[in-house]
Design a protein around this ligand. Structure first.
Ligand SMILES: Cc1ncc(COP(=O)(O)O)c(C=O)c1O
Length: 460
């Protein structure tokens, strides 16, 4: 019987149970990963996620600053978990709560928020943050319309990362007795990673901080190149991680590396954690462990890695824990393969590219020689654009340009880059965003191209 832990004392209200979550060593899902892997299991918070910590902190800081007054209304855009933390704070402290959510969030999350008395506005996912219907814009509008209301804005409100600096970071340091060498976690608003990183790096600057990002998000490229690349953005399914904006809570200087994980891998690994470790976790937790698996070659044998698991799996029972949902998206292992397999039929052919400073004539000659209709444009280090037959025809006919025009004046946005582990479904989703082809990353820096035609042939 597990009787050795001290029995917790009686507390005055549910908010006092936030924090002091357990750390559980992983065994059966970390085979082949050097050192020890410890999971900080944040679903032990009363709202079942780590976001309780920052939700309470944002409310308390707003009260102190006079921004939130008795009888006031809290309005927040949230992927659900922050809403839960805010709902607990609102109930205990007597505030009204309105949450705006994007329509990709699970129904379970919305039902739970309603159960705690929150009012919900469901907004479309596939619109830009500036669009009046986006969940950011709707929250802002309601804040302007409703008197005595407060919009915490978890993305840019630095109380978010301070909460993790003050509680999550110290807990991790103490629980590992200062032995932690690596910390890995999914990144959305950036509050968790930045707050924990600041605390841990103050204690020991050598600790490596790794952020898990999703394909379709801007973080990784921005971190590596300083470029906010809109062509990286497209719809994806994983909830809570990745962004199409740069929230102020992400302190890029404290993060040593970002790793992207596919929707499919995140879902499969979350299922594995449930069955092999008895941890019923949220979607992004699978992504976090998969991120670590992808980076395991960077770990020394004596590594002590902490992976933070954000939330509980009960909110995803209709999604990643539902076989039909998984099958519909081509995520189950028995399904038809991934992009690496799809590209393998062309792998014997060269990846033909053109440079931005070359004349169109070179591109046309290359297309003719290899019987292809599109080319990635590469400047020697990164993909900077794409060139298709339509671009060339438009330049020659409508714009009256000549074949000596440089590619850079005619090219379109770069093709989306997806991991070879991505499913065919994810490939189709990326192509539907107006691209003729996509690039499949087979290993670090090694890419191949997959055209619309290749992908359709594969699924037919
Ligand atoms: C399920 C889940 N995973 C990961 C994150 C990312 O955490 P953070 O916003 O602190 O970067 C969130 C944030 O909302 C989340 O809800």
């Amino acid at each position: 019987m597990p009787t050795s832990r001290p029995t917790p004392a009686v507390v005055q209200n549910i908010l006092e149970t936030i924090g002091q979550t357990p750390m559980v060593q992983l065994h059966r899902t970390v085979e082949g990963i050097p050192g020890k892997v410890l999971a900080k299991v944040e679903y032990f918070n009363p709202g079942h996620s780590t976001k309780d910590r920052m939700a309470l902190k944002m409310v308390e800081d707003a009260e102190k600053a006079g921004l939130l007054k008795p009888g006031g209304t809290i309005i927040e855009c949230t992927s659900g978990n922050t809403g839960m933390g805010l709902a607990l704070a609102a109930v205990v402290k007597g505030y009204r709560l309105i949450c705006t959510l994007s329509d990709k969030q699970s129904k379970e999350k919305m039902d739970v928020l309603r159960a705690l008395g929150a009012e919900i506005y469901v907004c479309p996912t596939n619109v830009s943050p500036e669009h009046p219907d986006s969940y950011y814009s709707v929250a802002k509008r309601l804040n302007a319309e409703i008197p005595n209301s407060y919009f915490p804005n978890q993305y840019d409100n630095l109380s978010n990362r301070t909460a993790h600096y003050e509680s999550t970071g110290p807990e991790i340091w103490e629980q590992t007795e200062g032995k932690i060498t690596h910390f890995i976690v999914g990144v959305g608003t950036g509050g968790t990673i930045s707050g924990v990183a600041k605390y841990l790096k103050e204690k020991n600057p050598k600790i490596q901080i790794w952020g898990v990002d999703s394909f379709g998000s801007v973080f990784k490229k921005y971190h590596e190149t300083g470029v906010f690349d809109e062509s990286e953005i497209y719809g994806y399914i994983t909830e809570g991680i990745g962004e199409d904006i740069l929230p102020k809570n992400v302190d890029f200087g404290l993060i040593d590396r970002f790793e992207k994980v596919t929707d499919r891998d995140g879902a499969l690994v979350a299922r594995e954690l449930a069955r092999k470790e008895g941890l019923l976790l949220g979607y992004s937790c699978g992504s976090a462990l998969q991120g670590l698996r992808q980076l395991k070659h960077l770990l020394p044998d004596d590594a002590v890695t902490v992976v933070l698991f954000h939330d509980h799996g009960s909110r995803y029972v209709g999604k990643i824990y539902n076989d039909d949902w998984m099958r519909e998206r081509g995520f189950l292992k028995e399904d038809s393969g991934n992009l690496a397999q799809a590209v393998s039929m062309n792998i014997h052919l060269p990846l033909v590219m053109v440079q931005p400073e070359e004349p169109l004539m070179n591109a046309v000659v290359a297309m003719k020689r290899h019987s292809i209709s599109q080319l990635p444009v590469h400047n020697g280090s990164v993909f900077v654009g794409s060139l298709t037959e339509s671009h060339i025809i438009r330049a020659l006919s409508e714009e009256g340009l000549g074949m000596d025009t440089l590619v850079k004046h005619v090219m379109g946005k770069p093709f989306p880059i997806l991991s070879g582990h991505s499913s065919l479904q994810e490939g189709i989703q990326a192509l539907s965003m107006d691209h003729n082809a996509l690039l499949v990353e087979l290993s670090a820096g090694k890419h191949h191209i997959l055209s619309r035609h290749d992908l359709l042939t594969r699924i037919a």
